[in-house]
Design a protein around this ligand. Structure first.
Ligand SMILES: Cc1ncc(COP(=O)(O)O)c(C=O)c1O
Length: 425
């Protein structure tokens, strides 16, 4: 038994799939204590869109630390926070027609940003019920866990998870079923048993739930439904945001404006804890300190977040580059699926948030383990953990992306030929 197995709680999870002890990381590469190098297609579960120890962000952070800039600031005004707010407002919100939205710095986890979003929606509308979707994932604390669909996580609550009505996501019943029409009917019928909701919360591309993509038409329709039934639209962009979909926000392609947006994971750009809830100014009915948190003023995160926005989002070149890489990734994944399982493997997701659905959790798990042995860190997702999910940093070079995909291809080849051999014997 190692130190971790002895002394760390059994709740630990990623380390069970990747039991190496890592000591260094740079860009899309991880190095363990034995000096073995790995390509990282996990990227901190989407927290490292700009790679490990990104040199531009690191330089800004080191310079700030050396100047004795504030580290911890509660929610007091600081130069670092002011700079972030200005950059985020001018480079991200304003050009996207969201200049009348305000930023709430919540406790530094995605789940806390979701808690704030749900509290605010309930407070604004004076109603308890929230609509959340099949396979949605929004965190594992009280209200956020109520919105999370996954039974494994819900089972850990130890209490009832209330005040959420579960509705079918786009495509949940197959291509030919219009889930919006179902939702509309349920909300329009005073005897459907669905209490009038304050809001809907959703991911436009479900990350943990299986890389399920809501179409632009469905998102536009949902926006209309929200207005029709007087519900706020909360888009949880914690995983799909910060460029993962090709645009800064994942809902940009659909041309919709949510009422509330949550961001975390890659917003700091450096893997530092930071979370934001963003909403229309007219919804800002919070009383001072009503939702607070000791660590909502992580000034180091403000420095790296502002630098990431300045560096990558001041024009549309990065977005163009992500979309090109996304095309390359999806082309290679489609080839892998066609080659090793034209009937059984399926391409999922969108842009740099893509993966391959396997027939079972066991097969996906074997692919992950085979890839790990070959030097590729990659995880699974999905309602049955049956999807191999590629989450390379967005700054990865094409050469590294291809190299990682070659390893993934070898892993699929190995696993499928083992299955064929076992079936033949
Ligand atoms: C869409 C989404 N929302 C919320 C969360 C929760 O974030 P955190 O783990 O930082 O609490 C996650 C985490 O994976 C997520 O993917």
């Amino acid at each position: 038994m190692n130190t971790f197995e002895h002394h760390e709680s059994s709740v630990r999870s990623y380390c069970r799939s990747f039991p190496a002890t890592f000591k260094q990381a740079k860009g899309a590469n991880l190095i363990d204590e034995e000096g073995k190098e790995y390509l990282d297609f996990l990227a901190g579960a989407g927290s490292l869109n700009y790679g490990h120890n990104n040199p531009v962000l690191k330089h800004a952070l080191m310079t700030y630390i050396e100047s004795d800039g504030l580290t911890h600031g509660l929610d007091m005004y600081s130069s670092a926070k002011e700079h972030f707010i200005e950059r985020f407002q001018n480079i991200i919100l304003k050009p996207r027609g969201l200049k009348n939205y305000v930023m709430q710095f919540t406790g530094p986890t995605g789940s806390n940003a979701v808690e704030a979003a749900l509290k605010l929606a309930r407070k604004v509308k004076g109603r308890e019920n929230i609509i959340a979707f099949t396979n949605g994932f929004h965190g594992v604390t009280g209200a956020s866990l109520s919105c999370t669909a996954n039974q494994h996580h819900r089972g850990g609550a130890g209490t009832s998870l209330n005040h959420v009505s579960r509705m079918p996501f786009d495509g949940y019943f197959g291509e030919n079923t219009n889930t919006l029409a179902m939702i509309d009917k349920l909300l329009s019928d005073p005897s459907s048993g669905i209490d009038k909701p304050a809001a809907v919360i959703l991911e436009t591309i479900q990350g943990e739930g299986g890389l399920n993509v809501a179409s632009s038409a469905w998102l536009k329709g949902l926006r209309k439904l929200c207005d029709k039934h007087d519900m706020l639209m909360i888009i949880d962009d914690i995983q799909a945001g910060c460029g993962r979909s090709g645009d800064f926000f994942s809902f940009e392609e659909a041309g919709i404006k949510p009422d509330i947006i949550t961001l975390s994971k890659s917003i700091s750009g450096y893997g530092l804890p930071m979370a934001l809830t963003i909403f229309r100014k007219d919804l800002d009915i919070w009383k001072p300190g009503e939702h607070n948190g000791t660590f909502r003023g992580n000034n180091h995160a403000f420095i790296t977040a502002a630098t990431a926005i300045d560096t990558y989002w001041h024009d549309n070149l990065f977005s163009k580059d992500i979309k090109e890489k996304g095309n390359l990734l999806r082309k290679r994944l489609r080839n892998i699926a066609d080659r090793f399982g034209p009937e059984s493997l399926k391409l999922k997701g969108r842009c740099m948030m893509s993966g391959i659905e396997c027939p079972s959790e066991e097969i996906a798990g074997q692919v992950v383990q085979s890839a790990y042995k070959k030097g590729l860190i990659i995880e699974t997702c999905g309602n049955r953990d049956q999807i191999v999910k590629c989450f390379a940093p967005l700054t990865i070079s094409n050469e590294e992306l291809e190299r990682g995909l070659n390893l993934l291809e070898k892993a699929f080849s190995e696993v499928t030929s083992n299955i064929a051999t076992a079936a033949a014997s």
